[in-house]
Design a protein. Structure first.
Length: 277
């Protein structure tokens, strides 16, 4: 019996997550585009600006609430500083203030972050871990489709402008057609800033991508924290010595492959694998 930890919810073989920074007005248009194609996004917000409607660049309080209800709201530090250029105590203050302002609007704890300017070091990572921040995205595009080993050093696949002359649509086609996908979970992680579409007059780039990537039956569309929760549940599975039983100690159903076929390991239950393939 060959067991492989390579499936997303529903037994799907591929997953897509989106990640956009700064909490600007253009997030409204972008999030509605995601909604139209069944795509899930995470929006990382700063919080040192007026949310009473007087600010015509950033989201107001009602827009933040609406965004948080439809997608994931996440941290981006209070003032968008360079984290490595300030005392760690100030980094902790920035994270705490970001949470203090945004969490009442979101209506849930904010568990993840993206690094302002992509700036971090080991000290910042260790601090975030101590503060119970569960993930943080870098800006180091890899062009790969791997899941992260360390969620606090989460490198995306690419920026929405593509990578090394390869467009996001071309990368997506490679992602979907890659037959190596059965060896491990495959993840396409796209990041950027929504204001770039307006500044560069290229909304067609993300519109085309969403039309291409959205609405597929073989892709799980998830927020950043949904990816984290699912992978943590998968990594916590407990197998018997002979691999005929598996216990899922999490509240999330997890799918695995048994001899190449998808098998659901139910939440908070023991699943017997004989005859499942």
């Amino acid at each position: 019996m060959k067991i492989t930890l390579n499936r997303w919810p529903g037994g799907k073989t591929h997953a897509l997550t989106m990640s956009y920074d700064d909490g600007v007005k253009f997030d409204v248009r972008l999030s509605k585009l995601f909604d139209a194609h069944g795509i899930r996004g995470t929006f990382h917000l700063n919080s040192n600006y007026a949310m009473d409607g007087s600010n015509d660049w950033h989201l107001n309080a009602d827009e933040v609430r609406d965004l948080a209800a439809r997608h994931e709201l996440s941290l981006h530090m209070h003032t968008h500083p360079f984290p490595t250029q300030m005392p760690l105590a100030h980094v902790a203050d920035e994270v705490a203030e970001n949470r203090r302002i945004l969490e009442p609007l979101a209506g849930y704890p904010l568990r993840g972050m993206s690094y302002p300017y992509g700036d971090f070091n080991d000290g910042v990572v260790d601090l975030l871990r101590a503060l119970n921040v569960e993930y943080s995205r870098t800006t180091r595009a890899t062009g790969k489709f791997d899941v992260p080993g360390d969620f606090l050093r989460w490198d995306p696949t690419c920026h929405h402008n593509g990578l090394n002359g390869v467009s996001i649509n071309e990368l997506w086609d490679k992602f979907i057609s890659d037959r190596y996908s059965f060896a491990k979970p495959r993840l396409f992680y796209l990041w950027g800033h929504s204001f770039e579409f307006d500044r560069q007059d290229n909304w067609n780039v993300i519109e085309s991508f969403c039309e291409l990537a959205g609405g597929r039956g073989d892709v799980w569309y998830a927020t950043n924290i949904e990816i984290v929760d699912y992978l943590n549940a998968m990594r916590a599975l407990k197998f018997s010595a002979d691999n005929t039983m598996v216990q899922n100690v999490s509240p999330i159903d997890v799918f695995i492959s048994v001899d190449g076929e998808p098998v659901c390991v139910r939440a908070n239950a023991i699943t017997h694998l004989e005859g499942k393939a």
